[in-house]
Design a protein around this ligand. Structure first.
Ligand SMILES: C[S@@+](CC[C@H](N)C(=O)[O-])C[C@H]1O[C@@H](n2cnc3c(N)ncnc32)[C@H](O)[C@@H]1O
Length: 418
């Protein structure tokens, strides 16, 4: 039976003000968990099932995704932990690993288990809406901790690049760890930067510096003394100070960074250049109040409801700031998009203020932005948002976490009619 959550009065008031039914938070225990398998690993489902000791139900509406019972925590499962030990002791690769040798990062044998990702199906749908093809240059403007970025990289395969941006250093470090853990770092770059002002193009050009210019060498976690000093100075700033320059915190071998002159990487895109040299796909998975993420809200029972008041409601109280941030992230993400490129705006809030209102305001001011029908959404367990063509995953009907998704295309700028 689902557990009744004792929501604090202030949160209930927030829900009422935003027309959100508080009873959705009682569903948390019955919502399934979702996992995604790296492409090419579909044939090892049975082996993984016996590892985690439960059945994985394939989703017929989202390739590569499976639901598992709510109580199964993959990372904490006995099978998972024993799997590690067994591999270490016997020093032999399991059949899971043996079956796809080319896809497996070489760091350690039991990394094979890391070809399975914990990611909600609604989040997977938002990434699918981008329609990523191998060879695209993709930008994730609010990337950390990185579950969606990993999926974007898997969709790119061995062509194209992914650039992840986030304003929180500790979250971006977790994102870097995740990319490395899953062996996905090769084509990615991570920047600690403000997504509302980030302006660096994808590194699609060949290095063009003269020999005496300082160029990027192979990425190493060891930073030069000058950089370490700089980082130490800002260590207590969990979030990047306003107007700070972007800092590159990771780049992979095939991300286009190695061999590039340092000043070249940090040369911003010219306003007029974006349409040609911008990104093919941009995800703006904006900072929000997270009220649609039932499991996230449930966690405050352990963390303490005062933490919820601080993290969720304070953010909401500074309402204009949060929605202004979302609008500015959307504006900048769209600016960095190539002509013909696709942007997806998503949040895990169920409020109209952070979703339809933001998108409507953006569309009203951007003549080259066109809201697109998400064709594949016809198969998704979602419903239309208040703005036609946008979609919403409602936890009570979709059996996923709550999510709003809007897909926007950059059209040719309208000619001035005299
Ligand atoms: C909803 S989370 C993103 C989740 C992520 N897309 C994923 O799939 O793991 C929102 C993120 O936005 C980041 N953020 C907040 N303000 C930002 C800004 N101005 N620029 C870039 N990132 C920002 C937060 O640090 C947070 O990591």
């Amino acid at each position: 039976m689902s557990k009744q959550l004792e929501l604090p009065e202030s949160f209930v008031r927030f829900l009422e003000a935003n027309d959100i039914d508080p009873s959705i938070y009682n569903e948390g225990d019955s919502l399934p968990r979702y996992v995604r398998l790296k492409p090419g690993f579909e044939d090892v489902v049975q082996e993984i099932e016996s590892e985690i000791n439960c059945k994985m139900e394939q989703l017929n509406w989202l390739p590569g995704f499976y639901s598992i019972p709510p109580h199964v925590h993959i990372a904490r499962s006995k099978a998972y932990q024993q799997g590690k030990v067994r591999e270490r002791e016997s020093n032999q690769s399991s059949s899971i690993l043996m079956s796809k040798p080319s896809l497996i990062p070489s760091s350690s044998l039991w990394d094979g288990l890391f070809q399975m990702y914990g990611i909600d199906a609604a989040s997977g749908a938002a990434v699918s809406a981008l329609g990523i093809s191998p060879g695209d240059h993709v930008l994730d403007l609010c990337a950390a901790p990185g579950a969606k970025l990993c999926m974007m990289l898997d969709l790119l395969g061995d062509k194209g690049t992914a650039t992840g941006v986030d304003v929180a250093r500790h979250r971006l470090s977790a994102c870097r760890t995740m990319l490395q853990k899953y062996g996905l770092g090769e084509r990615s770059r991570l920047f600690l930067a403000d997504g509302t002002t980030f302006s660096l193009p994808p590194t699609t050009n060949l290095p063009c510096g003269s020999c005496d210019e300082e160029t990027f060498k192979q990425w190493t976690s060891r930073r030069p003394y000058k950089e370490r000093k700089q980082v130490a100075k800002t260590r207590n700033n969990f979030v990047l100070p306003l107007h700070a320059h972007p800092e590159i915190v990771f780049y992979g071998h095939n991300s286009g960074v190695i061999g590039l002159p340092k000043k070249e990487l940090f040369r911003p895109l010219d306003q007029n250049d974006c349409a040609n040299r911008g990104y093919d796909k941009v995800l703006v998975d904006a900072e929000c109040t997270h009220d649609g993420s039932i499991k996230h809200i449930q966690k405050f029972e352990q963390w303490g409801w005062t933490t919820l008041e601080r993290r969720v409601l304070d953010a909401e109280r500074t309402d204009t700031n949060l929605t202004a941030l979302q609008l500015n992230l959307l504006r900048n993400g769209f600016r960095l998009l190539k002509q013909g490129g696709i942007l997806v705006y998503s949040t895990c809030s169920l409020t109209h203020a952070q979703n339809e209102d933001v998108v409507d305001q953006f569309l009203a001011e951007s003549s080259s932005a066109e809201l697109q029908e998400i064709e594949m959404a016809k198969e998704w367990p979602c419903r239309s948002g208040r703005t036609p063509k946008t979609v919403r995953f409602d936890p009570s009907t979709s059996a996923t976490s709550g999510l709003f998704v809007a897909k926007i295309k950059k059209m040719a700028p309208e000619k001035n009619v005299l």
